[in-house]
Each structure stands twice: as structure tokens, then as C-alpha cells.
Design a protein around this ligand. Structure first.
Ligand code: ADP
Length: 714
């Protein structure tokens, strides 16, 4: 996680650390006042003029009331409040309206967001809006506001999911199922509950390998920016360092042989867009940041354990070191672009393609570990059928490279810092915020391209095949000189470094386009996207779904769990729901009575609830359900490895539920079609025809495919 003071992580830090919203000039007039209703024709469908300083848009002729929306642009599932009609008005084709973005809660990401919106020429509402916006940009969490439509850049529950303990638990479950695939996460123990296990395991390992001299890193659960983190050599050191009961933590194997550059330890911050949960869509930014320590690295010894500038890469800590180097050059300094590091490594003969592929695999597997519980949060906050926004989220992945170039996941940030300035000490004790070109280069591109991917009009257009004539390209594209994004020109040297690493020649061509040629002008007027660099976000899922789908077992368990949650809005399964699950999936028999089912439920639920993670509701949480499911799978398929036991049980449950669904479907069809003749319908007595078997067969084929992935994985 990132820094104190200059790069706060608002979700995990105390609210006091969140700096106030930047007092930058708003791009639009406030629209909150009830007394001043929003002018109906105001600027809808009329593009803002060329980007001007601080995004303020001059009002003038042509900005009002000439065009209507081409499409209502419904981004979410809910009803949109805006009732403006799409299509033509008075025989004239309507112009495409601008995407509207509520930035009133953007907090520390406001500056980067403003620049992105100017580049996209979308409409910003810095003080909120009475009418619904297409997109709500939240700096902190999903719950910042009541939103019933459009899209919001946070998922409910994400903050909770990526806390150190929750993330460790989610990855642990995956490690139980697929130990090889999930060995990119250091061995971890959750304190205080696993302290005895930690002591016992370390003792055992030391006994079996006496020369082993491990180091461990202790991280408080709610901590951020390196706060409260310390290194230890022995489990007994933990007790001296604090009160565990009051501050739960994760203790982790310390990676003592990291890859060094210029003798310094560094980590990588990569930005990952979770575009959609169902279906799963993941994008990774092609470039990120590398944060360097400021003291030369030495392997941990009792003497240097406390030297944070040597062991912790947090920007927030290292900025206070006299050795911290601010640099406008992407290749030097204590914070650099990841592409500059890759360039350096490739010049030393490192296989960059392999490294990228390992990183992509780490990201996909981590997201697969997080999604099951996120789905439980999602259905609880936005029950199906109720109005609510659709969600997307930029995540910050912190990754360490080991000396052998293996990437290791340190943590995931739900709220990665999007600040594009840093604090500089002008004279002793006098600080000033100054622009940080490296941050701007990376973060503006990530925000802008996330927005491009979420563009509700583009989606709509794709869905409805709207004709291009919807857009007035002249209005939309001002002269090139005013149109080219500031950061494109300013940071061309970064673009050159990146282009040398780019896998895609087309990307490179786009990034290095020189302004001013007639060809380009023509190209741009035909294609709005031509005014922007190629997307910095690369889709990795579903693109590589075939290689990773076999890992999604917990996701399938979560689908079963959610089905039996019953009343929407809850996150825990009651005893009746659990019994229904067992009955409907035909899991009880003479060897496993319903009384045993109840005992299993009580045992596991009680233990999970005693860990005290979430006391708001009673009942069985998803993690407890997963544990119960593992028990059931082990009982039924004794001789198989755990992931095969679990996969077999999931297939079994899905099969029986599919039969049940078919029976219900046939029953309800029969009821409507032949109500008069039938009288009552007995589902259990129905005979399934070939036609009604079809979905079942599909499911079985899917299960076979799953086995294929398992057999073919490396
Ligand atoms: P925070 O959220 O407080 O920043 P992190 O988990 O990101 O906590 O850890 C802070 C820093 O400690 C990381 O940036 C990294 O430099 C170092 N670190 C964390 N975990 C490990 C580990 N297992 N091995 C080596 N270094 C680590």
C-alpha cells in the first residue's frame, strides 16, 4: 500500500488522512441548486470546446439547445431518471450526447479524472447533478452515495475483500485447492487465531531444515502505507511487539531475495480494471509504476531488520529519506515507470514476454480468488431486479519480483492512489505539492482508458448497431492543435520507451503520431478514437479464459451459496437454507443423515462466527460454506485430490439442480399451456423428454470441458 501524507489510501486509512478535495476550478457550473433547474437543452449533445486550462469550459453560442441525445445511454440495470429521447428530432439526425460524469466524490483522483475528461471531451459535474449521470466516479467506496442507475467505479465489498486478512483467506482457499497455481502468494498466517499454528509450523520447518534462517513480516490488518509493519526473525518476537487481540494482523514469509536494480529493492504497482463481475472481464494496464527503496538492500539480519528504507518499498515511507530522488525522467528516480524497468531488464537479456505472462497469470488468478465473495456482496447490495448501478473498478496490484524473476503478490488495493502530484520540501519544514510527470503519465491514461471502455454510448451503439451519422464529427473534434492531449506531447519520451516494449506495432504507431498532418486530420474526423492514443488497457479475461476457467471452482460454489441464500440482501446462509441445499442436491443419504447435516452446519458456522469478522448477521458465511462443501466432497469422493473431489461434488450438485429446474420449468409451462386439462402438476412424476434434457447435456459438456482444462494445464 502507499504512502502517508502524499499518497493516502483512503479506504484503509483513518478518514483524517484523506486530504480535502482539490480546490481546482470546476469544469461546469454547479447544478445542485433546486432553485435553478437544469436547463433542458443545456449542452446535451453539444461537445465541450477544446480543452482549456483547468477544464473550465467557456459558455457561448453553439453550446446550448441545438442537439438532442442520440441514445439514452443506459449504463446500468436500473431505470434512468433522464427521459430524453434518443433518435431524431424534427427530421434531423440528433447528435450524440456527451457522457456525463459525476466527479463530486472523486477526492484525490480528481485531478487525474479532470484531465481524462478533458481529453475525452466528456461532461463533468464536479458538484453532482440533480439528474442521473452516466458515470459516478468515487474516490473511496461504493457506498459514498445512493446511486440507482448508471455506472459507478466501485464494487460493493471490494474494500473488505482486499483487506490483508480477507485476501489471505481467499488466496488460502485457492491454495488448498490448487497449491501449485497459487504459489505466487507468500505463506501467511492470520493472527491472532493462527498464532499457535504459526509457531508450530515454523518449529517443524526449522527442525527439518536447521540451516533455515527465515524472516517474517507482520502487517496489521487495517494498516496501509507501511504503517505498523515490522520484520521478525522468530514467532516469539510477535508478542513483544504489540497486542494481537486488539490488532489482528497477517504474518507472512518475508521474501528475502528480491530482484534488485542499482542494489535497491523495488516493487511494481500495476493497474487492473475489473470491468465486469458477471461475465468476468479483466484488463491490465500495459504500464505501471516501480517504487524504489532508498537504502541499498541487504538480506535481513537482526541488525538491519528495522531499516525501513532498505526493506519497505512504500513511497510514503521512502519520500522521507534524504536519498529519495524526484525525477521527471521515467528511467531514473525513486518512482519510475514499470516499462523503464522492463526496458532495462530486457537490455540485460531478461525474457520480458515470460515475465509479463507470469504477471498476467498472477493477476487473473488473484481476481478469480476474489470474485466469489464479491458476488455475494454484490447480490446483497444490488439484488437482482432492483434498480442499481453497474460497477467497475480499478485495482492496484502490488507485486514484488524475486531474484529469479518470479512475481509475488504483496497486496491488492481497492483504492489505489490516483494522485498526480507529490509533496516537495522547498525549505526545511515547508512543503508544496508539485506535479509528478511519472504519475500523470500512467494514471491519467489508466483513468481515461477505463472511461473509454465503460463509455455507455459505445456499449449502446455496439448493442443497437446505431449508425455513425448519430455523431457530428465536426462538433466533436476541434482543430488538432487544441485537441491533442497535453500529456501526450509532454511525455513523448515516456511514449518512446513504452513503444520500444510494446508488443503491438499498431499501438506504437498510434502513440507516436505527429500532430498536424492532413491525413491525420481526415482520419480523426472519421474516427473519434483517433484523437486519443491506443488503449493502455489490455484485455486478459475472457481472452485467456480457457487457460484459467478450471480454477473457478469457488465461483461455482458461490453460485450454489447465493441460490440458497433465499431472501435477497443477506450474506449468510441460515440453517434452513443449508438443509434445502443438501436436500435439493440430494446430498443426504443413509450414511449422512439430516441430523449430521445440522451438526456440520452448527460446528462450522460457530467457528467462523467466533473469529468475529462480521457480527452483523448470524448464519453461515461463504467461507464457512466452502469449508462445509470441502467436508462433503471429501466424504463422498475419498480417494481423489481435493480439487477433483470438490469439482465432482459441484458437478453432482449442478446436475441435480438442473434436473430440478427442468422439472419446474416443464411444470410451469404445462400449467400455462394445459391449465384446463391438467388441474395439478406433480413435478416428481414428470418424464423428462429429450428436449428438456438439452440444457442438462450442455451442462455436462461444460463439466467435461472443465476436466479437459484440468488435464491440459501445465
Ligand atoms: P501496506 O499496505 O502497509 O503498504 P504491504 O503489504 O504493501 O503493506 O507491505 C509494505 C511493503 O513491505 C511492501 O511494499 C514491500 O516492500 C514490503 N513487503 C510486504 N510483504 C513482503 C514480503 N512478504 N516479502 C518482502 N517484502 C514485503
Amino acid at each position: 500500500m502507499e504512502s502517508a501524507g502524499t499518497e493516502p489510501e483512503p479506504e484503509r486509512c483513518p478518514p483524517a488522512q484523506e486530504p480535502p478535495v482539490s480546490p481546482a476550478l470546476p469544469a461546469e457550473e454547479p447544478e445542485r441548486s433546486e432553485a435553478a433547474p437544469e436547463p433542458q437543452q443545456e449542452a446535451e449533445g453539444v461537445p465541450p470546446p477544446a480543452p482549456v486550462a483547468q477544464g473550465r469550459r467557456p459558455s457561448g453560442p453553439g453550446s446550448k439547445g441545438q442537439a438532442k441525445r442520440c441514445s439514452a445511454g443506459k449504463g446500468g440495470r436500473g431505470k434512468r431518471g433522464s427521459t430524453r429521447r434518443a433518435g431524431e428530432e424534427g427530421g434531423r439526425p440528433a447528435r450524440r450526447a456527451h457522457v456525463t460524469v459525476d466527479s463530486s466524490k472523486a477526492k484525490t483522483s480528481l485531478e487525474a479524472l479532470k484531465i481524462s475528461l478533458r481529453q475525452l471531451r466528456w461532461r463533468e459535474f464536479p458538484f453532482g447533478r440533480r439528474l442521473p449521470c452516466d458515470i459516478y466516479w468515487h474516490g473511496v467506496s461504493f457506498h459514498d452515495n445512493d446511486i440507482f442507475s448508471g455506472q459507478v467505479n466501485k464494487f460493493p465489498g471490494m474494500t473488505e475483500m482486499v483487506r490483508k486478512i480477507t485476501l489471505s483467506r481467499a488466496v488460502r482457499t485457492m491454495q488448498d485447492l490448487f497449491p501449485e497455481e497459487y504459489n505466487f502468494y507468500p505463506h501467511s498466517w492470520i493472527l491472532p487465531e493462527e498464532f499457535p499454528l504459526f509457531v508450530a509450523e515454523v518449529r517443524m520447518m526449522k527442525e527439518s531444515d536447521p540451516p533455515w534462517k527465515p524472516t517474517f513480516i507482520v502487517k496489521p490488518d487495517g494498516g496501509c502505507q507501511g504503517d505498523g509493519i515490522y520484520l521478525i526473525k522468530d514467532p516469539s518476537d510477535i508478542r513483544m511487539a504489540g497486542n494481537l487481540q486488539s490488532r489482528p494482523a497477517v504474518v507472512q514469509e518475508y521474501i528475502s531475495k528480491p530482484l534488485l536494480i542499482d542494489k535497491l529493492k523495488f516493487d511494481i504497482r500495476l493497474y487492473v480494471l475489473l470491468k465486469s463481475l458477471e461475465p468476468l472481464e479483466i484488463y491490465i494496464a500495459k504500464d505501471g509504476l516501480s517504487r524504489f527503496c532508498t537504502e541499498p538492500y541487504q538480506e535481513p539480519t537482526l541488525k538491519n531488520l528495522h531499516q525501513v528504507f532498505m526493506h519497505l518499498t512504500n513511497y510514503s515511507l521512502n519520500i522521507h529519506s534524504g536519498n529519495f530522488i524526484h525525477s521527471d525522467n521515467a528511467n531514473t528516480g525513486s518512482k519510475r515507470t514499470f516499462s523503464s524497468v522492463l526496458y532495462r531488464l530486457s537490455s540485460k537479456g531478461v525474457d520480458i514476454k515470460k515475465l509479463w505472462s507470469d504477471i498476467i497469470s498472477l493477476v487473473i488468478k488473484t481476481v478469480i480468488a476474489l470474485t466469489p465473495e464479491l458476488k455475494v456482496y454484490y447480490q446483497s447490495d444490488i439484488p437482482a431486479g432492483k434498480p442499481g448501478p453497474t460497477c467497475f473498478q480499478i485495482l492496484g496490484f502490488d507485486i514484488l519480483l524475486m531474484k529469479n524473476l518470479k512475481p509475488v503478490l504483496l497486496e491488492v488495493n481497492a483504492n489505489p492512489s490516483m494522485r498526480i502530484e507529490h509533496e516537495q520540501e522547498l525549505s526545511p519544514g515547508v512543503f508544496e505539492n508539485v506535479p509528478s510527470p511519472v504519475d500523470e503519465e500512467i494514471k491519467v491514461a489508466v483513468i481515461r482508458d477505463t472511461l473509454r471502455l465503460m463509455d455507455p454510448y459505445k456499449k449502446k451503439k455496439k448493442d443497437n448497431h446505431l449508425p455513425d451519422t448519430c455523431m457530428d464529427s465536426k462538433q466533436r473534434f476541434p482543430p488538432i492543435s487544441s485537441r491533442l492531449p497535453r500529456s501526450n506531447l509532454q511525455f513523448s519520451k515516456f511514449a518512446i520507451v513504452r513503444s520500444q516494449l510494446s508488443e503491438n506495432a499498431a499501438d506504437t504507431k498510434d502513440e507516436l503520431l505527429e500532430p498536424g498532418s492532413t491525413d491525420q486530420l481526415e482520419h480523426i474526423s472519421k474516427n473519434p478514437e483517433a484523437s486519443l492514443p491506443s488503449l493502455c488497457l489490455k484485455q486478459v479475461f475472457p481472452k485467456y479464459a480457457k487457460q484459467f476457467n478450471y480454477l473457478r471452482l469457488v465461483d461455482r460454489m458461490a453460485a450454489l451459496f447465493i441460490r440458497f441464500l433465499g431472501v435477497k440482501g443477506t450474506m449468510k446462509l441460515g440453517p434452513t437454507g443449508f438443509r434445502t441445499f443438501i436436500r435439493n442436491c440430494k446430498l443426504s443419504n443413509s450414511n449422512f443423515s439430516m441430523a449430521s447435516v445440522d451438526i456440520l452446519y452448527i460446528d462450522i458456522t460457530r467457528r467462523w462466527n467466533s473469529m468475529g469478522l462480521d457480527q452483523r448477521e448470524s448464519g453461515m458465511c461463504l467461507q464457512a460454506f466452502v469449508e462445509a462443501f470441502f467436508c462433503l466432497a471429501q466424504r463422498r469422493y475419498k480417494s481423489l485430490p481435493l480439487h477433483e473431489q470438490v469439482a465432482s461434488l459441484i458437478d453432482f450438485c449442478e446436475y441435480h439442480l438442473a434436473i430440478l429446474d427442468e422439472k419446474r420449468l416443464v411444470c410451469s409451462r404445462g400449467m400455462t399451456e394445459r391449465r384446463a386439462e391438467l388441474g395439478t402438476c406433480q413435478p416428481d412424476g414428470l418424464h423428462l423428454t429429450a428436449a428438456t434434457h438439452a440444457p442438462l447435456l450442455n451442462r455436462m459438456t461444460a463439466a467435461n470441458k472443465l476436466t479437459d482444462y484440468r488435464n491440459h494445464r501445465s
